[in-house]
Write a protein that binds this ligand. Structure first.
Ligand code: SAH
Length: 236
């Protein structure tokens, strides 16, 4: 696990610049609000959340973390963008949600809290770090045996380039330009291989399929194209 070097400062700066947009459902981060109920459903269907000790890695402004806390999880959120964490803290406090936010890397946390979490979520974050396999390994290390980890990311295919980067950032302008770099996108087999090396067993995959005319997403179970989610269980 490459400790603090597994942070790409240029990527973090991009998120610092949009920190005030996290909670604007009509702004450039609006897409996260649109997909949030579907992502939350994928997690809530697979793991009991009430009372679960849950870590949200790369929590951003807390859109996902707040929804999980609202379902009764005891949430800790970590991120490397200080401005974003400030927004997350303010929003949680206004919503009277008790979420522990920390400016921390998962690699450092892994040294302190092995086998501490029932559930880990790491959504739309792996494609922004230099060594995503290191993040997967650290997640496995932090999970209790039998615990579950959820990842979501974007596939590295021409279709993903067309829809997520060209379409999403340049044509429909749903996301800030430059949010995603093609070379950083992750193929499902790569994610599964990193997970397997870390003792994680694949449970399920699903794709979030975008329908441009309705501006809606639907969950397609078993699919792994463009924007996909995976669930794994840590072996005892
Ligand atoms: N998970 C949130 C936000 C996704 S955006 C959601 O899906 O709603 C990606 C987030 O990952 C940003 O907030 C960015 O600051 C954070 N990030 C990028 N690299 C990181 C790293 N190495 N450690 C922790 N957070 C990181």
């Amino acid at each position: 696990m490459n400790a603090p070097s597994n942070v790409d400062r240029l990527e973090i700066e991009k998120f610092e610049r949009v920190a005030n947009l996290w909670w604007d459902p009509h702004g450039k981060m609006g897409m996260l609000h649109v997909i949030n109920p579907l992502r939350v459903g994928f997690v809530a269907e697979r793991v009991p959340l009430r009372g679960a000790r849950l870590l949200d890695v790369g929590c951003g402004g807390g859109i996902f973390a707040e929804a999980l806390a609202g379902l009764g999880a005891q949430v800790m959120g970590i991120d490397q963008s200080p401005l974003t964490l400030q927004v997350a803290r303010q929003h949680a406090s206004a919503a009277a949600l008790d979420i522990a936010y920390a400016e921390q890397t998962i690699e450092v946390l892994a040294r302190q809290e092995a086998r501490a979490f029932d559930v880990i979520t790491c959504m739309e974050m792996l494609e922004h770090v230099p060594d995503p396999a290191g993040v997967v390994a650290a997640c496995a290390w932090l999970l209790k045996p039998g615990g579950k980890v959820f990842f979501s990311t974007i596939n590295r295919t021409w279709k993903a380039w067309l829809f997520a980067i060209f379409g999403g950032e340049y044509v429909l302008r749903l996301l800030p330009r430059g949010t995603h770099q093609y070379a950083r996108l992750i193929r499902p087999d790569e994610l599964r291989a990193w997970a397997a090396q870390s003792g994680l067993v694949h449970d399920a995959s699903a794709s979030l399929m975008y329908q441009p005319f309705t501006r809606r997403f639907r969950v397609a179970p078993g699919r792994e194209d463009v924007n996909y989610m995976m669930c794994f269980t840590r072996q005892p």
